[in-house]
Design a protein around this ligand. Structure first.
Ligand code: HEC
Length: 141
């Protein structure tokens, strides 16, 4: 007999003889339901009712300035590609800051000349771009 037939017969016998009632036999306790909800929740996003979660951007929890810098800005700002003011070069940043830090922030968010908008970090919030700039500035004094 094929596997399928055995399965079909077993299922039929089960339904016919004992009425494998979905409601009574498979009902989950509240604790089991919670355990299932935790298992099927997306990784890193187990949130229980009543928990408050801060969401900074599409990417989830806010990333640090150093994270953003390492991922998105370093390629140009570590080497000075296309005239990018270099990380650690106090003189270059003092010149930039002469126009006011708000303008520097805005230029990085919107892009300026060869500096792409958000330094190519398209899923960065404004605050994350600003955190990356602050990280550069803190290490370029
Ligand atoms: C593709 C290379 C590239 C990447 C990636 C890049 N930058 Fe730049 N950035 C530049 C260049 C080139 C300039 C100089 C633009 C100019 O003033 O002509 C610049 C300028 C800047 C300035 C100065 C703006 C001003 O007003 O003078 C800031 C701040 C800055 N970048 C921040 C960042 C941050 C933060 C990131 C990462 C999120 C980043 N950049 C990623 C190339 C890059």
């Amino acid at each position: 007999m094929s596997q399928f037939r055995i399965f079909a017969l077993t299922a039929f016998a089960c339904i016919a003889l004992m009425g494998c009632s979905a409601k009574e036999n498979t009902a989950l306790t509240a604790a089991q339901e919670e355990a299932v909800a935790e298992r099927i929740a997306p990784v890193g996003h187990v949130v229980k009712a009543g928990q408050v979660v801060a969401v900074a951007s599409a990417g989830g929890a806010e990333r640090s300035g150093s994270d953003i810098y390492g991922t998105n800005c370093m390629a140009c700002h570590n080497s000075g590609i296309a005239g990018a003011p270099m990380y650690g070069d106090a003189g270059a940043w003092t010149t930039r800051l002469a126009k006011g830090i708000e303008t520097v922030y805005t230029n990085a968010i919107n892009g300026i000349n060869a500096m792409p908008a958000r330094g190519t970090c398209m899923d960065c919030s404004d605050d994350e771009v600003i955190a990356a700039i602050d990280y550069i500035l803190d290490n370029s004094k």
